[in-house]
Design a protein around this ligand. Structure first.
Ligand SMILES: CC(C)(COP(=O)(O)OP(=O)(O)OC[C@H]1O[C@@H](n2cnc3c(N)ncnc32)[C@H](O)[C@@H]1OP(=O)(O)O)[C@@H](O)C(=O)NCCC(=O)NCCS
Length: 254
């Protein structure tokens, strides 16, 4: 943790003004279970379309997590921009990637991922960014899913590992692929076999190869990021001249 931030899970305080410098990526980890019960608080920060989306969730827990995550996103963005969280407006690309359009005239980019009760929110300036987090599960056959989604290189790397290491390696691969897809904004329309990621731990440049343009890989940083026990996460950011500030809003570790 590089800076101390005033955030609380009891009354949801974030400092009104936060700094985000040009070469910085700030990553917030939020336990949505810990803060999700404050539905009336979150509701006040959301737009009518977000409230409508919240209303379509079947289970209260999912609705609360969505609202908590959106409200948190709004509060953090508002603090970077000295704006009112409620006044922010998002636009969505054809592939549904959200971006902030009101207020205008800023260069803040962000991406959000959630899995179970964990949400990761990543922010930077003037760069495409993508983040993914997955809860580790063991109730599936990694090889079968890899055959469907992974590149030939990735499948071979996975198959070469001892069985007891395959599940974590599978999720390292999955989250890295998804963080890259989310950074480009292409989502699932980006063919998953057109790029290779490393399955190794601690890899700083885990985007190993891109096709058909091999130079594309040099334009991104893709790396594993800490996300707490039982979770695997990855962050993909355009360019390599930036630094990561970790866990600014980590409610669990304060
Ligand atoms: C967005 C997508 C890429 C990931 O979705 P997901 O894993 O279900 O959800 P995540 O928690 O990672 O991300 C959800 C957030 O990403 C953002 N998002 C939505 N579409 C996006 C896109 N095209 N690009 C980047 N970010 C996007 C939103 O902020 C969303 O948050 P919200 O649901 O609270 O609005 C989606 O295209 C998808 O369905 N992926 C399927 C997963 C898959 O098959 N992956 C293969 C990996 S090998």
């Amino acid at each position: 943790m590089t800076q101390d931030r005033n955030i609380s899970n009891s009354n949801f305080r974030i400092e009104e003004s936060l700094q985000l410098s040009k070469d910085e990526v700030q990553l917030w980890r939020v336990d949505l279970e810990a803060i999700g019960g404050e539905e009336s608080t979150w509701r006040q920060a959301l737009s009518s379309d977000e409230l409508a989306r919240a209303g379509r969730f079947h289970f209260a827990r999912d609705r609360q997590r969505f609202m908590a995550c959106r409200a948190m996103l709004r509060k953090i963005l508002a603090a970077y921009l000295n704006a009112d969280a409620k006044e922010l407006r998002f636009a969505y690309s054809k592939k549904e990637k959200p971006s902030l359009v009101i207020p205008a005239g800023h260069d803040i980019a962000f991406n959000v991922a959630h899995s179970s009760s964990v949400a990761l929110l990543a922010f930077t300036r003037g760069r495409n960014i993508g983040v993914d987090v997955e809860q580790l599960r063991r109730d599936f056959d990694p090889d079968a899913i890899a055959k469907r989604f992974f590149s030939e290189y990735e499948r071979k790397q996975l198959a070469a590992l001892p069985p007891e290491e395959q599940v974590e390696a599978f999720f390292r691969c999955w989250t890295r692929k998804e963080a890259y897809m989310k950074a480009t904004g292409e989502g699932l329309s980006l063919p998953l076999t057109q790029f290779d990621v490393s399955l190794a731990t601690g890899e700083k440049n885990a985007l190993l190869a891109t096709r058909p343009d091999p130079n594309e890989a040099q334009g991104w940083s893709l790396q594993e990021i800490p996300s707490g026990p039982g979770f695997v996460a990855a962050l993909c950011v355009q360019g390599r001249d930036w630094k990561l500030s970790l866990s600014l809003g980590d409610l669990e570790h304060r």
